[in-house]
Write a protein that binds this ligand. Structure first.
Ligand SMILES: Cc1ncc(COP(=O)(O)O)c(C=O)c1O
Length: 436
């Protein structure tokens, strides 16, 4: 094992057999010692040791390539399950969810009992919207910019409850868009029947990052004088900010925050979380059986649990790929080891290089706001006279993995992330320049 890898693993607390089930307690001093190394980004890249070196990966936000500590954690659990499924699962299945909640809560700034463990953003969105205590005639306000699975969760939940869906655009022009304009549009669209506002922290269509705090403030004002049962709830699909931005999720002002952890967090594929303040869990209706103690004990005595709904009950339940779910703490530990401020700075720096380079090209129309106030880790653009699908193909021929956004506008997307270098971005920009 080379020394860089060894020191990384030691700092991450996940070396070999020592992995077991514990959430690492790496000291802050160790973390700083690691994250201040000059070659920190090449060490980080070396943890993604199965990610091909042949390509420039600018679509890592799509689905993770497991970094070494996460893959090792999955493998440790897998081996133990394969050796003795009954003993290993029975020993750990009621304990592990708590460990995952603790690791996620520490990362996002909340409490373990505020975190639900899911298998994706999609599952979290569906659970939250279907669990809302919606009344017929109440309205869910959303925007024209959210992902298909968000809009579908809203549509299906509204249909079931007899609620109404209202969709608004948050801007006319991405070049001139401002935080005030976005918050104002939401303020004006909230009416007496609005019960929930569903937004996306970072749009995967354009890379626009919403001012969630400002939206939460608008909603707080709208809620003055409303009864608890009519309070407007802010629901945030946070998947493309979670693992990028340095802000603590628990202080964004969301009532429900939903994210997959298999994109920017680098968690195991097929994992995600929902965070909500402890009080908010009580209002949700459970509609899916969870392997959790409260409901199980109640069932044994043929009663209904008198305890209010809680985060721990909103899980996928059933027997599933436990080795993946139980490896989630290794991903949060990986972020902690690098340092979230450093991660945010690096991703913003790489995205600025990309945006500044694109903005100088006359044949390119950049759709992502420049700077970091209204953008995050995604850059969207078009090339005059070339279809976006063809741009993606051409880049691919040059070993650059870009993507086309699965939205009506279908822009080309680049997502510079921790696995990239400024040199890779220069190469990518050169290829784009040559498409003039
Ligand atoms: C904004 C947004 N929300 C939700 C999803 C779906 O995420 P998941 O695969 O975690 O369900 C995506 C997909 O990338 C997305 O871009």
């Amino acid at each position: 094992m080379n020394m860089d890898r060894r020191s990384f693993l030691i700092n991450a607390g996940v070396s070999g057999a020592a992995l077991t089930l514990s959430v690492s307690t790496s000291a802050a001093g160790q973390v700083n010692a690691f994250s201040n190394q000059p070659n920190v980004w090449s060490i980080v890249r070396s943890q993604f040791d199965q990610l091909s070196r042949e390509h420039i990966h600018l679509s890592s936000f799509f689905l993770v390539s497991h970094p070494r500590p996460v893959r090792d954690a999955i493998e440790t659990h897998r081996r133990a399950i394969d050796e003795n499924p009954f003993d290993y699962i029975e020993k750990n299945m009621f304990e592990m969810p708590g460990r995952i909640q603790k690791a996620a809560a520490e990362y996002l700034g909340g409490s373990p009992n505020e975190v639900a463990v899911t298998n994706s953003t999609t599952m979290g969105l569906a659970f939250v919207y279907h669990g809302l205590p919606l009344k017929a005639g109440q309205e869910i306000l959303t925007t024209a910019h959210d992902h298909f699975v968000h809009h579908e969760s809203i549509r299906l939940a509204a249909e079931r409850a007899g609620a109404v869906v209202k969709k608004i655009a948050l801007y006319d022009d991405l070049v001139r868009v401002s935080e005030t304009e976005i918050a104002e549009r939401i303020r004006k669209a909230i009416g007496p029947k609005t019960r929930a506002v569903g937004v996306t922290w970072v749009h995967s269509s354009t890379g626009l990052k919403l001012p969630v705090r400002a939206i939460a403030d608008v909603i707080m004002t709208a809620n003055k004088g409303r009864a608890d049962a009519d309070r407007v709830l802010l629901i945030v699909d946070g998947v493309h900010g979670f693992g990028v931005e340095d802000e603590s999720v628990a202080s964004l002002g969301a009532d429900f925050f939903i994210a997959g952890t298999h994109k920017w967090i680098f968690g195991p594929r097929g994992t995600g979380i929902v965070w909500a303040p402890a009080e908010n869990w009580k209002m949700l209706k459970q509609f899916f059986p969870a392997f959790a103690e409260g409901p199980f004990v109640a069932w044994l005595s043929d009663t209904k649990s008198s305890a209010p709904m809680q985060a721990a009950w909103m899980t996928q339940g059933g027997f599933h790929a436990f080795e993946y779910e139980w490896a989630m703490p290794a991903a949060f530990e990986f972020h902690k080891t690098i340092g979230r401020t450093k991660i945010a700075e690096r991703i913003h720096f790489l995205n600025d290089v990309c945006k500044d380079g694109l903005a100088e090209m006359r044949h390119v129309r950049l759709h992502t706001p420049k700077g970091n106030r209204l953008s995050s880790g995604l850059v969207a653009f078009e090339i005059d006279g070339v279809k976006s699908g063809d741009v993606v193909k051409k880049l691919h021929e040059n070993k650059v993995i870009a993507s086309q956004a699965p939205y009506r506008e279908g822009y080309v997307r680049l997502a510079p992330s921790l696995v990239n270098t400024p040199a890779e971005l220069e190469t990518t920009l050169r290829h784009i320049r040559s498409l003039a």
